[in-house]
Write a protein of this length. Structure first.
Length: 101
């Protein structure tokens, strides 16, 4: 009788553990399914933020390129003016030397 009761207790324990495992698995599945819309919303929001950051970065790159181009044009103009001024100074010196001769 005692052995039979121990067997029934062991069987009941195994059955209860199996039932708990099944219920735990179902709860996890329901939780995941319930969170799926929220996860999709977060993924969509993240992708939108990435697109916005890429567009902002592209605009900043364009502005940087424009500033660099303007700087190079300004430097080229300054160099041209310097060369023109040096050329004029050399011409003036040559005229003075020619007058002295």
């Amino acid at each position: 009788m005692k052995k039979l009761q121990e067997l029934m207790t062991a069987t009941e324990k195994v059955r209860r553990e199996k039932w708990i495992d099944e219920k735990t698995k179902k709860i996890k599945e329901i939780t995941v399914k319930g969170l799926e819309p929220e996860i999709q919303r977060l993924i969509s929001k993240h992708k939108q933020e990435i697109r916005k950051l890429k567009a902002l970065h592209e605009a900043e790159l364009l502005q940087s390129d424009e500033r660099a181009a303007m700087r190079y044009v300004r430097q080229a103009e300054e160099l041209r003016q310097n060369v023109e001024q040096e050329k004029e100074e050399l011409s003036q010196k040559e005229r003075e030397l020619a007058k002295q001769r």
